[in-house]
Write a protein that binds this ligand. Structure first.
Ligand SMILES: [Zn+2]
Length: 339
């Protein structure tokens, strides 16, 4: 370490790079090299020692503490800012101290999904080549440009135009409102539970259940795996909205058992009979409480209490990881589809 420190310069690269929200470290390093007209290998060689780089659409790059410092120097920003902007450089994802290499590109990202960035957002940050995000969900909705991108890594059809799917835009707006009302962490829990309920009722098995011809057209164009989460996004948001109503009152200590029963009746009627059983199961883990701390004393397990205890959801925890319900499967399990 000391030797490398001595012979490596610590100057920033000539041209800086603007950060993209949620970008993966591999994508950032690749873009930084391209912006300075240098091969990635060469930029990495000035960060330390390690294996050959991998194209950023395939996996994430992880770094040692030393390499993170050096990358911050090259980028012309502080380690704190770099770790804030590039989630995979946060302490919890650093390579263990004493590793022989300073970076690695494992077979797959350790947490999160590699999703293509909206190219118009990337262009507005000065990037013309494809950029890649590392996100807790295998999809990303850009409301600004009306584009859905996912972890398919397809360069032929990099995004789905949401002008053809206005329901998806409304669904994302609805999810954003849930996040505003409940706070990000609690909203993620509710989304996770909603997805689990959809899995239980096998809603995710059958996109035609979303009802419309547009999904068949989309599936024919991009394949069923990519179309499925788009098709089911509306129901995911509606159900999360319903569940947030109950969860918000429960957390505020304003929920009675009668409210829960009335809610179950109403939502069961609106969403379908099949939803009643999993939602009853969900309610049993989210019982009315006077205030959240009592719930943990009385043994009622629920994600809300964990948050009250001061913990935060891991930044790249997937909906599968977050749900307190037993039914888990992502709607498009297709990481590494193109390898
Ligand atoms: Zn965009």
């Amino acid at each position: 370490m000391v030797e490398r420190y001595l012979w490596l310069g610590r100057r920033p690269l000539h041209l800086r790079l603007r950060f993209l929200q949620g970008e993966s470290t591999g994508s950032y390093v690749t873009r930084l090299a391209a912006r300075n007209l240098r091969p990635v290998e060469q930029v990495l060689a000035s960060v330390g020692v390690g294996p050959m780089p991998v194209e950023p659409q395939y996996t994430e790059m992880y770094a040692s503490r030393y390499a993170r410092e050096r990358l911050a120097d090259l980028s012309g920003c502080s380690v704190a800012e770099l770790s804030l902007r590039l989630v995979s450089l946060r302490d919890e994802f650093l390579m263990p101290d004493g590793s022989a290499d300073d970076w690695e590109w494992p077979w797959d990202a350790r947490a999160g999904f590699i999703v293509q960035a909206c190219s118009l957002c990337a262009a507005s940050r000065g990037t013309r080549c494809p950029a890649w995000l590392i996100l807790p969900d295998p999809w990303h909705v850009c409301l600004r440009h009306g584009r859905w991108t996912d972890n398919s890594r397809s360069l032929q059809c990099p995004y789905i135009d949401l002008r053809d799917h206005p329901g998806v835009v409304r669904a994302q707006q609805r999810l954003n409102r849930v996040r505003k009302r409940l706070g990000y962490v609690a909203a993620r829990w509710v989304e996770a539970d909603a997805l689990s309920v959809l899995t239980c009722v096998r809603y995710l098995e059958n996109p035609s259940r979303a009802g419309e011809r547009e999904w068949a057209v989309l599936a024919a164009r991009v394949g069923e795996q990519r179309a499925r989460p788009v098709a089911q996004f509306g129901m995911l948001a509606r159900l999360a909205w319903d569940m947030a109503w109950l969860e918000e009152r429960r957390r505020a200590g304003r929920l009675s058992a009668a409210d829960s029963r009335a809610w179950l009746q109403r939502v069961g009627r609106q969403r379908g009979f099949a939803f009643r059983d999993p939602l009853t199961h969900w309610i049993s883990g989210h019982r009315p409480v006077r205030h959240a701390r009592q719930a943990s004393d009385s043994g009622a397990e629920g994600p809300g209490e964990t948050e009250v205890a001061g913990q935060e959801a891991a930044p790249l925890a997937s909906l599968q990881d977050l749900t307190c319900l037993p039914w888990v499967r992502m709607p498009n399990e297709m990481d590494r589809l193109f390898l």
